[in-house]
Design a protein around this ligand. Structure first.
Ligand code: PFF
Length: 460
């Protein structure tokens, strides 16, 4: 089996569609359905969405192209790719390390939220959600968040699922999971959207998401929109680079990257157009924070026939979305140890998956009354969970993206970059696309990221 020949021949995706689904599986996750709607709600809607869409187009897509191409060129983990395309002693290798570290940190708290989705599957299955009326749903969510042992149990269960898939390898694990889970997720979301177009709140929700209300946007909101465009596209930590490294040289990385970006953005907007009509129709608050999806969906579905099965299906699909993203985070970390340190996939998955599970325990306890979990014990006045999220999403990912852009645009040799870009591209006018992309990576992308970061620290 090709998958197992890690030492002699690196594994590859079985097909281009397999790669698209796996990479879209990485991109589409809790970031789209859980996080994007709630941060949009907290930042007042339209203007935030506009900044996010611009970030996706002018910063996210060029970096997505750079990451997948770097991976295809390097045929190695993120650290290995930076080393191969510069030199093993070069400082650029640190950019690869930054990715491994960010993936390690992110999976530790991502899995806690994914654990909440598992808990909601369980609640829905046991009828624990349909028995509760709308006003009490926030209390159900808060009770879960503050229950340390329950959070730990679901976090461990989710990490175990993630490790089982990563153990299966590229084709039999990652690709197979994405082929089943992604179409199911898209179908369910489309069905919900159709239902929500009929709700009274659809009009106000549409205006909330697409109307430009500039006054609601803050300094931190701009940073958050930029940070989120990295988070949602799985950029800045080498996930797309690692997935790109399993691409065949003849695969078209341009149309593939565009497809992944469009799918991801489409799902995020669809999620908003599902959640906000419900919010407005049932008189709830758009700024409900992390509980938004957990409080809204059970209310909306409760009026439909078969409410409890629909709720089970919804939270199961949210779990699937989280799972296809989590496996890419674990893969970033494992790939380094498999490619550079000669570990077997089994060793890497068990040891690193275990380490991430342990590192996630304080995140699982963050909202409980456990000692040292209050806001003042974390960084920047936040609890451990929020500190990690803030640090990784708002700082490490943009920094990783900045380094990716600078490396591709200024360090990788002209000739090698051009040849690699042209290989496997079926796009007409590839020459112009190449030049436009390079100019974006050289100037606009780094300047935008740097400005937003300076702005965030108040230096501008
Ligand atoms: N893109 C995922 C989401 O939106 O939920 C999160 C993520 C996965 C970020 C993998 C980064 C990554 F490497």
């Amino acid at each position: 089996m090709r998958d197992e020949q890690t030492q002699t021949q690196r594994p590859q995706w079985g097909s281009r569609l397999g790669f698209i689904l796996a990479a879209a599986g990485s991109a589409v996750g809790l970031g789209n359905i859980w996080k994007f709607p709630y941060i949009t709600g907290e930042n007042g809607g339209g203007a935030f969405v506009a900044v996010y869409l611009v970030s996706i187009a002018v910063v996210g897509l060029p970096i997505m192209l750079a990451e997948t191409l770097l991976g295809r060129m390097g045929q190695s983990s993120t650290v290995g790719t930076y080393a191969k395309l510069s030199s093993p002693r070069s400082g650029w290798v640190l950019a690869g390390w930054l990715g491994v570290l960010a993936a390690f940190m992110m999976l530790s708290f991502y899995s806690v939220v994914a654990g909440w989705t598992l808990h909601y599957v369980w609640l829905a299955l046991s009828g624990g959600l349909t028995a509760v009326d709308a006003e009490h749903l926030p209390a159900v969510f808060n009770a879960l968040r503050s229950d340390g042992p329950v959070n730990i149990a679901w976090h461990v269960a989710f990490m175990a699922l993630t490790m089982i898939i990563v153990l299966g390898g590229i084709q039999r694990g990652l690709e197979r999971a994405a082929r089943v889970l992604m179409p199911a997720l898209l179908g369910m979301l489309a069905g919900l959207l159709l239902y929500c177009t009929g709700l009274d709140g659809f009009g106000p929700a549409f205006d909330f998401v697409f109307g430009f209300h500039a006054e609601a946007l803050t300094r931190d909101g701009v940073l958050e929109a930029l940070g989120h465009s990295f988070f949602t596209l799985s950029l800045g930590m080498g996930a797309m680079l690692t997935y790109g490294s399993y691409m065949r040289q003849r695969d078209d990385f341009i149309t593939t990257s565009i497809a992944i970006t469009l799918l991801d953005t489409g799902v995020a907007l669809m999620a908003c157009l599902v959640l906000f009509p419900i919010t407005f129709s049932y008189g709830m608050e758009p700024s409900a924070g992390p509980g938004l999806v957990f409080q809204n969906i059970p209310v909306a579905l409760s009026t439909l026939p078969g409410a409890s099965s629909l709720t089970v299906i919804f939270f199961l699909l949210l779990t699937f979305a989280a799972l296809t993203s989590a496996i890419s985070l674990l893969e970033v970390v494992c790939a380094y140890f498999i490619d550079e340190r000669g570990w077997t996939r089994r060793q890497a998955t068990l040891v690193l998956g275990g380490a991430i599970t342990l590192f996630g325990v304080p995140s699982a306890l963050s909202m409980s009354a456990a000692p040292f979990m209050a806001d003042e014990h974390g960084l920047v006045g936040r609890n451990w969970f929020d500190s990690l999220d803030y640090l990784v999403s708002n700082w490490m990912l943009p920094l990783g993206g900045l380094l990716t852009a600078l490396f591709m645009a200024w360090r990788v040799g002209d000739e090698a970059r051009r040849v690699a870009f042209d290989r496997g591209t079926s796009l007409g006018g590839a020459g112009q696309v190449y030049l436009a992309w390079l100019q974006l990576l050289r100037f606009l992308v780094p300047i935008t990221i740097a400005l937003v970061m300076l702005h965030a620290v108040g230096a501008l």
